[in-house]
Design a protein around this ligand. Structure first.
Ligand code: SF4
Ligand code: SF4
Length: 463
């Protein structure tokens, strides 16, 4: 009888050992700054409204003093390209620096691990707890960890939705149990995603799901920073006591304590060489440096280095790919700053009256009716003067009489343009519309349309 062999091997649970060192402190600092920014930014106000708010129903994105509309999507695309090029440059120079210190997955894992330590204790205690039966202590510790994780995840989900719905209104709705269906769904969905990714799956997300982990090696070259074990110095590895720590006993500097492996959040052994699972968190450097200090050996058995350095060749920071990425980044950032600083506060579209090509008025003049859709991206109402040019003797009436482009809104203005048929030819003519703010000198928008007159008008009747 054939025996069925399972091709699935369940991954071992990883309890990363606590480390203390310069890189751990740096990672904690970046985590605190980034998490602090995430949780506090929605509460920050700017010009009497939420500083960062992506108001999807109103199709307006508020980012501090700037308001973006769907027409400004180009800026968002531009910003994403800048982020991508910045990531390419950082990767070419410093390897997976993003993964180790700034990726949201890393940052939230840090927070969840911190809660886990608070509830269940250090690594040895957690491993013991895993193996112990369900005693009162285990239920209490596990229960408090889960409760804190769920609360933290819900808070994260709430803040996430607070970037899309005014956070103070949302807060009020939560307190008064009047949350809408979609708001509830997204809070729970994002909470669940946070809990699942950072609490349960952790480094498996980096290992199996993250697309960046798959293609980042394409941005590496022999001069990119990697974390590596110094094999020539460390081998042959072997245990020894601190009393017998002198370096002339035929062994390398690695005392085979496996602390670097225990500290690794993805559970790999850096001594086996560079592996794609490595997220370059440098926990193994901190762990090994502590061991080297205790043994009175120089630090850096595991260290940041480059492939060229390992082979005894000099490393270069300035090289073709870093020059190209830097130049591209400078051009893109300068372009974006320039485009944003010269962004027009007004934008106008002209829509012709679809019901009638033209009207003949009782005084004999020809009238065409248009609707001006004026988008005011500035934070203040702009009183407008509408000017129409392109034909001799044009007169303009607007409804309302003194049109005002309302701040951060799309305003519709009806415009009646009249012409004397004796002064123009029949048929269609190109005309230009200008909306000039009477409040701010350089705030204006322009657009074009067609003016139609009966073919009997004027001399030639051109179309
Ligand atoms: S090998 Fe070192 S740097 Fe890489 S993930 Fe493990 S601990 Fe972090
Ligand atoms: S921490 Fe350092 S000494 Fe200990 S096993 Fe790892 S590389 Fe060797």
């Amino acid at each position: 009888m054939d025996t069925e062999i399972s091709l699935y091997e369940s991954a071992e649970k990883i309890h990363a050992r606590e480390v203390d060192g310069i890189f751990d402190q740096f990672r904690n600092a970046t985590s605190i700054i980034l998490l602090g920014a995430y949780y506090l930014l929605p509460w920050l106000n700017w010009d009497n409204r939420q500083a960062i708010l992506f108001d999807l129903p109103a199709r307006k994105f508020y980012i501090f003093g700037l308001t973006f509309f769907p027409q400004d999507f180009i800026y968002l695309a531009w910003l994403l390209v800048i982020c991508a090029v910045a990531l390419f440059l950082a990767t070419a120079l410093a390897g997976r620096l993003w993964c180790g210190y700034a990726c949201p997955q890393t940052v939230w894992i840090n927070a969840f691990v911190w809660i886990e330590r608070l509830a269940e204790g250090k690594r040895a205690k957690r491993i013991k707890l895993d193996k112990s039966p369900w005693t009162r202590e285990k239920i209490l510790r596990r229960g408090s960890k889960q409760a804190l994780w769920v609360l933290f995840a819900l808070w994260t989900g709430f803040v996430f939705v607070g970037y899309f719905t005014p956070v103070r209104e949302l807060d009020n709705k939560v307190v008064t149990f009047t949350l809408g269906g979609w708001e509830t769904f997204w809070i729970l969905f994002y909470s669940f995603a946070t809990y699942g990714n950072a609490g349960i799956m952790r480094a498996k997300v980096c290992k199996y799901m993250c697309p960046y982990a798959r293609f980042q090696s394409a941005m590496f070259d022999p001069d990119s920073l990697i974390i590596s074990y110094d094999e020539t110095r460390g081998e042959p590895r072997g245990g020894r006591s601190r009393k017998n720590a002198t370096r002339n006993h035929g062994l390398g500097d690695c005392i085979d304590c496996t602390l670097c492996v225990q500290a690794c959040p993805v559970g790999i052994d850096i001594r086996d060489g560079l592996q794609y699972e490595c997220i370059a968190c440098a926990a193994c450097i901190d762990a090994c440096d502590t061991v080297m200090d205790k043994m009175d050996y120089p630090r850096g058995l595991v260290k940041y280095t480059t492939e060229n350095n390992i082979q005894g060749k000099p490393s270069r920071i300035v090289r073709p790919r870093t020059i190209i990425y830097t130049a591209l980044l400078v051009v893109l950032v300068t372009g974006l700053i320039g485009a944003l600083s010269t962004r027009h506060a007004l934008r106008m579209d002209v829509i012709r009256d679809r019901n009638a090509l033209y009207r003949e008025l009782s005084d004999g003049r020809i009238e065409n009716v248009y609707t001006l859709k004026v988008l005011n991206k500035s934070e203040i109402n702009q009183p407008l003067e509408i000017v129409v040019t392109g034909l001799p003797g044009l007169t303009v009436d607007t409804d309302p009489l003194t049109p005002i482009a309302v701040a951060v809104e799309l305003t519709a203005i009806t415009v009646r343009v009249k012409a004397d048929p004796d002064q123009i030819d029949g048929g269609g003519h190109d005309i230009s519309f200008e909306a000039n703010s009477t409040l701010t000198a350089d705030v204006a928008a322009s657009s074009t349309s067609r003016f139609f007159a009966p073919i009997t008008a004027g001399a030639t009747g051109s179309e």
